[in-house]
Design a protein around this ligand. Structure first.
Ligand code: SF4
Ligand code: SF4
Length: 439
């Protein structure tokens, strides 16, 4: 499959506006010939470019609802963010019932597995075998960022599968125990983001994913809205198994709150995460646990959500309160203690593009980049198609751009050429006397 990415670019829609290049946290995007290009091995599928693209040229490849019909027994595993997408909705059972009404035979909540993952994380933290501060592995975009930009922190990442994978495993095993054949069971994750699509289709730390398909929250929202609007109180099935703590994982700080670790930092928004990880890398942060989520307000701000993440955060508080005070849960336990929650493999460092295989040549190129950077205007205007003047200098040294792609350097060149031409225009052949010509 190569290096799979859910985030893709539709060149026909791209107008080359350069809005995305500055927002990409890994500087993976360039605009060349009026079209954006994503450098495959730099993209972490954070979805930031999906959010900022006004032309909707960036999108996440997800599955359509029709795909569930390939399976005899269809299971939805919604991320808890889904509950916050609907105005005035407090009871998760309404959303879970609506999922069954649009074609799923069963629904199991990711939030339930979040509780189990929390308990297992606590156990590993107490054992003290992971480098401190331990960094949550819940956000796949952050895990990829660490592999690429903070390789020294790889052994700090919590080696546990995500709640999404955990609930898929529990669901499959439970249904097999009920007499179903694995091939007939289709497990579909309802996702708030592209990173989790990529992580389901190309998992890094487990042999295979038990998730058979991933449906965007935006797409499922459109299917659910008319059903939810028509639901009568007597139609609502009690399908919820999760507690407020598990549901709260969707918000920034939710995992930390559930884990009851006292000395922790919860950080959301990729720029903030980078700042915190830089401090950890420099041994300037004395905490036990760090919850890092790429999106502002955590998964409530995922790029495939419908609602504003600040509004969702407000709703999340109300939903948790409802669940604590009046929530109804079903009497079913699918949590099987025999299911493995640890990773099958460790994380590997992602080797991003080297300047050269030969160390000496690479060092020379680094010097060339620094020297060229000093001659550039250093205002990071982006009109060259690179996010910063430094990135542009690197592109030139790599041979991916030419110096004249910088409008300021081009203007300088045109000016000096014009001056040269002016000087040349006044010159005469040596056979003609200058004074005679002027008289
Ligand atoms: S998904 Fe994120 S890392 Fe990938 S190109 Fe878009 S902004 Fe950059
Ligand atoms: S914060 Fe949540 S929604 Fe955003 S990229 Fe990470 S896992 Fe996905």
């Amino acid at each position: 499959m190569g290096n799979y990415h859910s985030v893709t670019l539709d060149k026909n829609r791209c107008i080359g506006c350069t809005d995305c290049i500055k927002r990409c946290p890994t500087e993976a995007i360039r605009v060349r010939h009026s079209k954006a290009e994503i450098t495959d091995d730099l993209c972490i599928d954070c979805g930031m470019c999906i959010r900022v693209c006004k032309s909707q040229a960036k999108r996440a490849l997800t599955d359509s609802l029709d795909k569930i019909n390939k399976f005899k027994y269809k299971v939805a595993i919604p991320a808890p963010t889904l509950y916050t997408q609907f105005k005035k909705l407090r009871d998760p059972n309404i959303v879970l019932t609506a999922l069954k009404k649009i074609g799923f035979d069963e629904v199991f909540e990711v939030a339930k597995a979040a509780e189990v993952v929390t308990a297992y994380s606590q156990k590993l933290l107490e054992e003290g075998k992971i480098n401190r501060p331990v960094i949550s592995s819940a956000c796949p975009a952050i895990v990829k960022l660490i592999q690429m930009r903070f390789p020294s922190l790889i052994d700090n990442v919590m080696p546990i599968i995500s709640p999404k994978e955990a609930i898929a495993r529990y669901a499959r095993q439970y249904l097999i125990d009920q007499g179903l054949e694995s091939k007939d069971i289709g497990i579909f994750f309802i996702t708030p983001c592209a990173a989790k699509v990529t992580n389901s289709r190309q998992p890094q730390t487990i042999k295979t994913s038990d998730v058979d398909g991933v449906i965007s929250m935006k797409d499922i929202y459109l299917e659910l809205i008319p059903v939810i609007n028509k639901l009568q109180p007597e139609d609502i099935e009690i399908l919820q198994m999760s507690s407020a703590n598990g549901i709260g994982w969707a918000a920034s700080g939710g995992e930390g709150l559930a884990s009851k670790v006292y000395n922790l930092v919860a950080v959301d928004g990729i720029e903030n995460v980078i700042t915190i990880l830089e401090r950890v890398e420099n041994n300037k942060l004395d905490v036990d646990f760090i919850e890092c989520l790429a999106c502002v307000n955590g998964c409530l701000g995922g790029p495939l959500t419908v609602e504003n993440s600040f509004v969702s955060t407000n709703r999340m508080g109300k939903i948790k309160k409802y669940v604590k005070q009046q929530g109804k849960t079903r009497d079913l336990n699918i949590i099987n203690p025999k299911i493995r929650l640890k990773w099958d493999y460790g994380l590997e460092v992602t080797h991003i593009r080297k300047l050269d295989d030969n160390m000496m040549v690479a060092l020379t190129k680094m010097e060339q980049i620094d020297d060229l950077h000093k001659t550039l205007p250093r205002i990071d205007c982006g009109s060259c198609g690179a996010p910063t003047c430094k990135a542009f200098a690197e592109d030139v040294v790599r041979g991916d751009a030419i110096i004249e792609d910088c409008i300021f350097m081009l203007r300088e060149k045109v000016r000096s050429m014009a001056e040269e031409m002016m000087a040349l225009s006044g010159m005469l052949p040596p056979s003609i006397d200058q004074n005679r010509r002027e008289s």
